[in-house]
Design a protein around this ligand. Structure first.
Ligand code: FPP
Length: 266
């Protein structure tokens, strides 16, 4: 069962051990100005495990727990869209053993969590070149998409065999295909048309991108969609990413002035 924080909002604020407790952070948060779409690069699992003298798989397994915490809080705060980078088009370069572990964890996660996700009205929307996933993963991913397809709560985009460049290439191919069939005129192609051919079609661009693990890169994630996204970078490794950390990211987001290339945007 998903744990709830909001029920006690404000009750224990200021009385707990640290000023950074979940309740204190939650009390400071303006629930009316949360990011609509949150994107996360779940990085640092491998290093986190290696530093502990453990195999990388240990870090990935801890990364799944972090993902669970984050999904739980996003659901509770009624975040409308959450996109997580679970496996990139470049991750196939890793040793087969690690690729297999990641795929197994994905399957396990989906089968274990699907009831809870559905009970919380979450719609799972896998994005990426899904047809190239190993059969077991593909079956689990399609089943989760099918089962949660009618849900109307948070859209949970899970990026799998995903690359921002590959996404743009498939969008351009689809657009050129329509042009060559006479279904679209070249002069009608604009940003909206392109966005409508991305995996995230009909979803707003991310308001906030979170990247843990101390690396300052976009890593081929949502290249088009991140144009005006606020970035929140932290040295915390993904397996250590807590609800407190997510609340801090949201609080920091609420202090930003977003101008979208213009002047003050309120
Ligand atoms: C990056 O850490 C993380 C990944 C490539 C995979 C992320 C996957 C999970 C959190 C678990 C599986 C996902 C789901 C949806 C169940 P890294 O291995 O690159 O870490 P490093 O940079 O420290 O080596």
């Amino acid at each position: 069962m998903f744990k709830r924080l909001l029920a006690n909002r404000g009750k224990n604020a200021g009385h707990s051990a640290g000023a950074d407790s979940e309740q204190d952070l939650l009390a400071k948060l303006d629930l009316t100005r949360l990011p609509v779409h949150v994107a996360i690069i779940m990085d640092g699992n491998g290093r986190w495990a290696t530093w502990r003298g453990m195999p990388r798989s240990f870090g990935h397994r801890a990364g799944v727990k972090a993902l669970r915490r984050v999904v739980e809080l996003c659901v509770e705060l009624q975040i409308k869209h959450l996109t997580v980078y679970a496996f990139s088009t470049e991750n196939w370069k890793r040793p087969l053993e690690e690729v297999n572990i990641l795929m197994d964890l994905l399957v396990e996660y989906l089968y274990k969590e699907i009831d809870e996700l559905c009970a919380n009205n979450v719609k799972i929307n896998p994005i990426g070149i899904l047809a190239e996933l190993p059969e077991k993963a593909r079956t689990a991913v399609y089943a989760a998409r099918e089962r949660s397809g009618a849900n109307t709560g948070m859209v949970f985009n899970v990026a799998l065999n995903y690359g921002g460049r590959a996404e743009l290439v498939q969008a351009i191919r689809a657009i050129v295909g329509k042009v060559s069939e006479g279904r679209l005129r070249v002069e009608d192609i604009d940003g909206e048309v392109l966005a409508a051919h991305l995996y995230t079609a009909a979803q707003p661009d991310p308001d906030l991108l979170i990247r843990p693990s101390g690396d300052y890169r976009v890593s081929n994630f949502l290249l088009w969609q991140l144009a005006y996204t606020e970035l929140w970078l932290t040295d915390t490794m993904w397996p250590d990413f807590s609800k407190q950390e997510l609340l801090k990211a949201f609080l920091d987001f609420q202090s930003r002035e977003r101008r979208f290339g213009g002047l003050v945007h309120k």
